[in-house]
Design a protein around this ligand. Structure first.
Ligand code: F6P
Length: 363
C-alpha cells in the first residue's frame, strides 16, 4: 500500500484528534500504510520513534479528547534546508509520499515549500548515498493535503476552521458564568478573547452573550469610542440592566493601528462612570477541553476527504486544502488560500479594513 503520514502543526485546537482518527482509518480502509508523525515538523526532522505506524485501534477513544494526541510544535529546524533534508530522508526510508498536514497557514505554507523542493532534496540524498537509485525513482512524487486546525477561524477558503466551534462553546460557558456574578454585584466585566488578528471569536461571542460593546481588529472604532462606549453603558444601566459585558478581541486596535487593551477599556469605564469593573482574560481555556459535536464531525469529514484527495492525486495535482464551503467538504488549491489569507493580513497592516473583511470572504 501507499505510505501516508499525518501530523498536526502549530497551535493545537479541539477536533484535531477527530481529524487524525479519520485520516488513519480512511487511509487503512483504502489500503495505505499509515503513519503518525509526532510533534509536528520537529518529529519529521528527528525521525526515530516520532514516526510510528498507526493501526485501526491506535485512534480508538480519542475523538472526544481536546488538543492533539500526536503532539504539535512550532519547528525552527524545518525552516532550514538541512532540516527538510533530514525530514525527506525519514519519509523516503519509510516509503511515505503522502502527507496530511493539520495546522494553520504557516504550517500549510511549509508543506508546500517542502513539496516544491522534494525532487532536489531527493537528488541531494542520492548524491550523498543516503537513499538508493530505486528509492529516488519510486518515491519521486510527494503529495500533500492540508486541513485547517485553529480556534481563530482566520483562514480564507473555509467557513469554519477545526476548533472554532469548540472555542466558542468554552467562551460562552465562561461568559454565562461571569454574567451571574456580575448581576449580583452590578458589575461591568471586560472579557478578552483570543483570535490573534481575527475578530471572529469576539463578534460571535458578543452576539450570543448580549454584550454591550465589542472591539475587533477588522473594525477599529471611531476616535470618540470612549464617549460612545460610556453612553452605551450608561443607557443600558438606566434602562434597568444590572451589569455590562464588553468583549475585547486580543488583536483589537484603534484607527491608528494601536492596540486597544482590556486595561485601557477598564480605565475609561472606571474614570468616567465609576462602575465596579473587572477584567477576565480567558486565555488558553478557550483552546482546551473536549471538542464540540460540530468539530468532531468537521474533523472526520475533512480527514476522509483529505485522504481521498491524496489517493486520487496525479503527479500534476497541486497540493490542496480541504475546507468547508456551505456545509460541503471541498478541495481548494492550498497556495491560493494561503495567498488570500496573507492578503488579508496585508490589508489589515495597510489599515484597509473593508478590503480585509471582503477578502476573508464568508466567515
Ligand atoms: O492561533 C491560536 C491562538 O490561540 C491565538 O488565538 C493566540 O493568539 C495564540 O494562538 C496563542 O499562542 P500560544 O499558544 O503560543 O500562546
Amino acid at each position: 500500500g501507499k505510505g501516508l503520514a499525518v501530523f498536526t502543526s502549530g497551535g493545537d485546537s479541539q477536533g484535531m484528534n477527530a481529524a487524525v482518527r479519520s485520516v488513519v482509518r480512511m487511509g487503512i480502509y483504502l489500503g495505505c500504510k499509515v503513519y503518525f508523525i509526532r510533534e509536528g515538523y520537529q518529529g519529521m526532522v528527528d525521525g526515530g520513534d516520532n514516526i510510528e505506524e498507526a493501526n485501526w485501534s491506535s485512534v480508538s477513544s480519542i475523538i472526544h479528547k481536546g488538543g492533539t494526541i500526536i503532539g504539535s510544535a512550532r519547528c525552527m529546524d524545518f525552516i532550514k534546508r538541512e532540516g527538510r533534508l533530514k525530514a525527506a530522508h525519514n519519509l523516503v526510508t519509510r516509503g511515505i509520499t503522502n502527507l496530511v498536514v493539520i495546522g494553520g497557514d504557516g504550517s500549510l505554507t511549509g508543506a508546500n515549500l517542502f513539496r516544491q523542493e522534494w525532487a532536489s532534496l531527493l537528488d541531494e540524498l542520492l548524491e550523498n548515498n543516503k537513499i538508493t537509485k530505486d528509492q529516488r525513482e519510486k518515491y519521486k512524487f510527494l503529495h500533500i493535503a492540508g486541513m485547517v486546525g485553529s480556534i481563530d477561524n482566520d483562514f480564507c477558503g473555509t467557513d469554519m476552521t477545526i476548533g472554532t466551534d469548540s472555542a466558542l462553546h468554552r467562551i460562552i460557558e465562561a461568559i454565562d458564568a461571569i454574567v451571574s456574578t456580575a448581576y449580583s454585584h452590578q458589575r461591568t466585566f471586560i472579557m478578552e478573547v483570543m483570535g490573534r488578528h481575527c475578530g471572529y471569536l469576539a463578534v460571535v461571542t458578543a452576539l450570543s452573550s448580549e454584550a454591550d460593546f465589542v472591539f475587533i481588529p477588522e473594525a477599529p472604532p471611531s476616535v470618540d469610542w470612549q464617549t460612545k462606549l460610556c453612553d452605551k453603558l450608561e443607557q443600558e444601566r438606566k434602562s434597568g440592566q444590572r451589569l455590562n459585558i464588553i468583549i475585547v478581541a486580543e488583536g483589537a486596535i484603534d484607527r491608528e493601528g494601536k492596540p486597544i487593551t482590556a486595561e485601557m477599556v477598564k480605565k475609561v469605564v472606571v474614570d468616567n462612570l465609576q462602575q465596579d469593573t473587572r477584567i477576565t482574560v480567558l486565555g488558553h481555556v478557550q483552546r482546551g477541553g473536549s471538542p464540540s459535536a460540530f468539530d468532531r464531525i468537521l474533523g472526520c469529514r475533512m480527514g476522509a476527504e483529505a485522504v481521498m484527495a491524496l489517493m486520487e492525486a496525479t503527479p500534476e495535482t497541486e497540493p490542496c486544502v480541504v475546507t468547508l464551503d456551505g456545509n460541503q467538504a471541498v478541495r481548494l488549491p492550498l497556495m491560493e488560500c494561503v495567498r488570500r489569507t496573507k492578503a488579508v493580513a496585508q490589508a489589515m497592516a495597510d489599515k484597509n479594513w473593508d478590503l480585509a473583511v471582503q477578502l476573508r470572504g464568508r466567515s
